[in-house]
Design a binder for this molecule. Sequence first.
Ligand SMILES: [Ca+2]
Ligand SMILES: [Ca+2]
Length: 414
Amino acid sequence: MIRLAFTLGAARRCAASLCACLLVSAALSAQSPDSQSTSGTAKARKAARTAGWRADVESNAAVEYDNNIFLLSPTQRASVASPSAGATSSGRYQGMESANDVIGVGSIAIRLNGPGARGRTIEITPEISYEFASRNRLRREAAGALSVAQSLGGGRRIRLKAGSTPSHFSRNYMSDAVDADANGSISSSERIYRRGQYGEYSIVGDLRLPLAANSSKSAPIVLEAGGGYYARSYDAPFGVRDLNGPTASVSLDIGQKSPVELELTYDLAVLSAATGVQVVLLDEPLYSVDFNGNGTTTDLSARAAVDIDRSRLEHQIGGTLVFDTGRRVDASLGFDYRIRSFRSTLPYDEDNAGRRDNRSGIRGSLRARMARGVYLSTGAKFLTQSTNRPLGSTLGEETDYNNIVASVGLTASF
Ligand SMILES: [Ca+2]
Ligand SMILES: [Ca+2]
């Protein structure tokens, strides 16, 4: 079954998770009593088999084009290419070399199969990946994941998966502002931007359950349901952007192994942020407050250090049709719809109070078998997000955006 290699969010999270795996797999190979079985070499595979274990390696190499890697508005994308004097002195786009990029993506996973509980198969899969953004050096990142899946018989399976991207550059955010000309307002050159970089971690446990199945091989409907925990942690000075909380997901796979298969998914994340003080820009007359402490309440774009809360509820539904067009080619077509509802009710939190982001995406992929265990894949995805914040409000951080991603790659299993 093809699970869209191409959902950017998912791919990024996955890739992110893969990086944690760098560490995890290194640790695993260092600690495992049968460390040979994690090496992925033919020699190791042979050794693993003699111990009742089998190792398969799946490697993937792809080239990806992303037309809006920082998820910016069209105006901001143009500014990355030719920043204004103000944007240059504030460092707004410093280190953001190009709004679009060509990215080399490589990943390797080692699937270890062996006898688990009650002699049923257990599968342990460490994975690592690396993304090499050709233009934006700050976007070169590693990710890792480790999953342990225990078969329960009859097509049922329980799985635990952990993933991490230890260091991901999001974009630059305003960290402070200095009213150098003392006119009460912060101009674009009086802003101070710093690099927004975070580590991302997730753990998920899920259960796979064939429904109405006569035999495990031809279950017409397969249910997967799980729950987990997500956390992202920003480097200083952006701790107020941290998020963490429980996640849940459920999916139905209808018509597995038939010419047309439908997969429906629902994901939920309840993410909390610790309320904290952040410097923003506010128009004093709107609130009749002297935010910048200069004795007036008439300043526009005044420096204001106020409480901010980025807590949000996130729902996403998705559907994918997988067409098994023959022995050598399969294709998929999918959509996603995501709503982020921000929960802040803080009085001066213009960016988040009452905010709602809606994002729609469509995606397609084509995969052809080139040789035994070797597949050529190509895919594309289009995303469009709208937010109910007028463009340019306060800092102009959250905006409407469009994003196109296309890729071609090779997967080889051995
Ligand atoms: Ca000023
Ligand atoms: Ca004032």
